[in-house]
Write a new protein. Structure first.
Length: 269
């Protein structure tokens, strides 16, 4: 059984996905993951998963501070208020390992490609998330520098962080076109795909952020959705206690989810 794993976007709520990863490893099912995909902060978690050390991933998330993510560029900068220098520093920790990771499982990152040729961000309806089409990029094909640029683009929230240019296109946060980018994993012959949401099921339905279909409408591949049992809080807020709570919830929700999945799989035998 080949299983694809999707890390959806959701800012600092992404710590929840690290808790699920630990539950996945304890269950033994981690070995069945053959391809991964992420959007926004989920792209960083996809990179961490490919590296394969949940202890390091948890240390990185537990060490994250508000000041790491929101360094002012200047009040007069009309393009973006904050710099991504802190986030770039997290990615740089894996520069020496990138050539090895390229040879491992396929890693996809989703960016939103702006419709406007000039790359302007004015009049984008952020509430309705109208920001262009999704771009699914296979990171394994890229140099380290290009990979880093894609991860920064995937998390480039409009007006918060500066937009990025990827393959000649102006790109912003992947969440604005596809919050749960599972589609590229279908091409990787994944029999099933697990999607790790960072909104509760109720929040997702209210905001119409994500689909909860149990099969892909085209390929009919089986889709499993894990939603947080409780709200994870503001996606731009990070504190030690909040990160700890998010990781613990991801672990507990993950254990229940994987036990239910295993029981379901056995009943079909």
């Amino acid at each position: 059984m080949n299983i694809g794993l999707v890390f959806s976007g959701g800012g600092t709520c992404g710590a929840y996905q690290i808790g699920f990863w630990r539950a996945l490893r304890e269950s033994g099912m981690e070995k069945q993951i053959t391809a991964i995909s992420g959007s926004s902060a989920g792209s960083l978690n996809a990179l961490l998963f490919a590296y394969g050390d949940p202890d390091l991933a948890e240390d990185i998330w537990r060490g994250l501070r508000q000041s790491d993510l929101f360094k002012l560029r200047g009040f007069l900068d009309r393009k973006a208020l904050f710099s991504q220098i802190g986030y770039a520093g997290l990615i740089d920790r894996f520069e020496d390992y990138w050539s090895g990771l390229q040879k491992g499982m396929p890693i996809y990152s989703c960016v939103s490609v702006l419709n406007r040729q000039d790359g302007t961000l004015d009049r984008i309806d952020l509430k309705r998330r109208e920001a262009g089409r999704p771009g699914y990029i296979l990171l394994n094909d890229l140099s380290y520098k290009a990979m880093k640029n894609v991860l920064l683009a995937s998390s480039a929230i409009p007006y918060v962080y500066p937009h990025r240019h990827v393959k000649g296109k102006t790109c912003i946060d992947g969440d604005f076109s596809d919050k749960t980018p599972y589609r590229p994993l279908i091409d990787q012959a994944c029999d099933e795909i697990i999607i790790l949401h960072l909104n509760t099921r109720e929040e997702a339905k209210e905001r119409r952020l994500e689909s909860d279909e149990d099969h892909d409408p085209v390929s009919q591949r089986r889709l499993y959705h894990l939603y947080p049992s409780e709200t994870l809080g503001a996606f731009m807020l990070v504190t030690k206690e909040l990160t700890k709570r998010r990781i613990r919830m991801g672990y507990e929700d993950g254990k229940r989810f994987l036990e239910e999945k295993r029981s379901c799989d056995q009943s079909l035998l």
